[in-house]
Ligand binder design. Structure first.
Ligand SMILES: *Cc1c(COP(=O)(O)O)cnc(C)c1O
Length: 433
């Protein structure tokens, strides 16, 4: 591709503006911008959200309630949802189109790995096409047990845990893993080694030690409670834990990591919100990966959390066959903003054993970032992150916009791929004047 360099020095800019009529230029520019969005607008129409599939969802809900023996009021009860997670091939096969071969594969995988799908998320799978983006995140595939590449603990969390339950790899913040429980075990889970055979919360003495660690390390100003899914603790346990953290003067902010708004939105109850409300500032990061997960229920859950004062963010995972498509990701991030969820991170899938079928080339991620920046609201642009092995932390990866520097001249590439040379002071010595 030929690179055209636009020399926008002040002098030239002034000359240019003198020669041309600004309103003509502005109109031409507006027409060009309108053209730039055409392809997306066309693609966007074919990408559905959960709002578009209300009828399919209602039908699925009836079938699932019928199969599991529940009432419509049960559906909105998170404990019912949790108790009735589908965990066996026979039940799944009565609700999803599963042929003999698939059934054999599922049976084989089930001998080695735990899987569980909330009735709510199962309804979303039934709205999606077989083996589609929603299905792939929830229903196990044979590749999970045949894959021999990757590692069980690619982030080396076991090597960055100063006390049980705590992961610390940054100076001022840490993670407490409070449970291994989830409403659904995502097939791409980075902590699948922790899923094990049974649901287990971090035992009280260890939780207590983790809190002591935070108390005695005064540089820790940000504590992230995750798992598993932080919102699978009950209201009472969360109340206690958040209160303990709230009482530590040097803990400035608390964060919860949860996929409940996506896999179990019924968990967001007025009672839960009454607890969360008491401990600001609270940041909640969730993981929407596809526009089909944006449903009326998810919206209601997010809206309740916002009203309880939480600041919502999204940490999507870039997954092959799920969302490694610029249009899908753009729509997802735009839809999230409508729910008042700010796209925060897009993670490159980690090299976890049993998940290599999900891993995309880095170029997929870069292409998505390239399609977001400038083309849509900056608010809809997450940071693209690769987790360094060895537990060395998150590394931001971005398309290159600074393509050269020399003297006081920068060569910049804009979102439209225009290369602009600009005269601008560049600090070349260390220190401040
Ligand atoms: C991701 C992570 C955090 C939070 O990182 P931010 O970039 O601040 O969101 C903190 N501790 C650990 C161990 C992490 O993996």
């Amino acid at each position: 591709m030929a690179v055209k360099i636009y020399n926008l020095d002040e002098e030239q800019l002034c000359n240019g503006i003198k020669e041309l009529d600004p309103s003509t230029v502005a109109l031409e520019r507006a027409a060009t911008l309108k053209e730039r969005i055409g392809e997306y607008l066309k693609a966007k129409r074919a990408i559905h959200t959960g709002f578009d599939l209300a009828r399919e969802y209602a039908e699925a809900q009836v079938k699932i309630l019928d199969c599991l023996g529940g009432w419509e009021t049960d559906w909105n009860n998170w404990r019912w949802q949790l108790r009735h997670r589908v965990t066996d091939v026979d039940t799944l096969a009565t609700l999803l189109p599963i042929n003999d071969l698939l059934r054999q594969e599922l049976t084989e995988v089930s001998r080695h790995l735990r899987w569980a799908i909330s009735p709510y998320y199962l309804a979303l799978i039934m709205c999606d096409q077989p083996l589609g983006a929603i299905w792939k995140q929830a229903v196990p595939s044979l590749e999970e047990v045949t894959d021999q590449s990757g590692s069980d603990d690619p982030m080396d969390e076991q090597w960055t845990s100063p006390v049980p339950g705590v992961t610390r790899r940054y100076p001022d913040r840490l993670i407490i893993n409070v449970t291994n429980q989830c409403a659904m075990f995502c097939r791409h889970c980075q902590r699948r080694r922790n899923i094990g055979l049974a649901d287990q919360h971090l035992p009280y003495p260890q939780l207590s030690r983790a809190l002591d660690y935070v108390r005695s390390n005064r540089e820790i100003r940000d504590v992230l409670i995750t798992g598993g899914d932080a919102l699978l603790l009950d209201d009472q346990a969360l109340d206690w834990l958040l209160q303990e953290l709230h009482r530590i003067p040097h803990v400035e902010i608390k964060r919860l990591g949860t996929r409940a708004p996506v896999t179990l939105p019924q968990r967001i109850t007025p009672e839960l919100c009454a607890v969360l409300e008491k401990y600001p500032p609270l940041y909640i990061n969730t993981q929407f990966n596809h526009p089909l997960e944006i449903t009326p229920e998810a919206k209601r859950a997010c809206s309740m959390l916002v009203k309880a004062g939480a600041v919502l963010g999204n940490q999507s995972v870039l997954l092959r066959g799920v969302n490694n498509n610029p249009h899908v990701m753009k729509k997802l991030n735009q839809e999230l903003l409508k729910l008042r969820v700010r796209p925060y991170y897009m993670f490159h899938a980690k090299n976890v054993r049993g998940t290599s079928h999900f891993i995309t080339p880095v170029d997929d991620g870069l292409e998505i970032m390239e399609h977001l920046r400038g083309f849509t609201s900056g608010l809809a642009v997450p940071s693209y992150i690769i987790n360094a092995s060895g537990g060395y932390g998150k590394v931001p990866i971005a398309p290159n916009y600074l393509i050269g520097r020399s003297g006081n001249r920068l060569l910049l590439r804009t979102w439209e791929d225009k290369v602009i040379s600009m005269e601008i002071p560049i600090r070349t010595t260390i220190g401040r004047e």
